[in-house]
Design a protein. Structure first.
Length: 199
């Protein structure tokens, strides 16, 4: 979901949660949220199965339309405390990795049952072997308007560079990591919902 700078200025910096409560397209889902650690950093990891969406959601990359959310698709999320990146990895109903989406954040709060982050405009997307930067214009406009501080702007810029370097240098390992986590979490999700209970 994309918000204009004007919309964000009116309602404040968007806070999003791991339950994706702001995404009203999801009508029914199954989800587990678990503690995790990555390179000695603590956080939360989640797998959500989209049981019923009001309408499919797709994006265009390389002139090709990619379906990212539909019934029985999966979203895996990873957030680490003290970091400025929030990973959302989309899988189709067969378990094929479709896209890695990275929100640059104003900080992650993982010390609660449903972790949250403040959206700091800038995003990165991995599709295939390509990495795309999104919404830099929104970031620049937000800073120029005085909506975000110089410190927040610099945080977004610096974190974006770190994310881009990390993805560029470790893309095969990143994909393998998320595929392994997906397989593990899907098994746990199935065990947690043996009768298809949902919310």
């Amino acid at each position: 979901m994309t918000f204009s700078v004007k919309e964000k200025r009116c309602i404040g910096m968007i806070t999003k949660d791991m339950a994706r409560s702001e995404w009203t397209r999801i009508r029914s889902k199954e989800q587990i949220i678990l503690p995790c650690s990555f390179e000695a950093r603590q956080g939360k990891i989640s797998l959500m199965k989209l049981l019923d969406v009001s309408e499919p959601f797709s994006r265009f990359f390389d002139s090709k339309e990619i379906l990212l959310a539909d019934n029985d698709y999966y979203w895996l999320q990873l957030a680490l405390e003290g970091e400025h990146a929030w990973f959302t990895v989309m899988f189709d109903d067969e378990g094929t990795l479709l896209q890695i989406y990275v929100d640059v954040t104003n900080g992650n709060d993982t010390n609660k049952d449903d972790p949250t982050f403040e959206d700091l405009f800038l995003d990165y997307v991995v599709y295939g072997e390509n990495i795309y930067e999104l919404d830099r214009d929104e970031l620049d406009a937000a800073y120029a308007s005085g909506y975000i501080t110089k410190e927040q702007y610099d945080t977004a810029q610096g974190s974006g560079k770190v994310i881009l370097q990390f993805l560029s240098g470790h893309l095969p390992e990143v994909k393998a990591f998320f595929i392994e986590r997906f397989v593990e979490l899907r098994t746990k999700l199935d065990r947690a919902n043996p009768f298809g209970e949902s919310e």
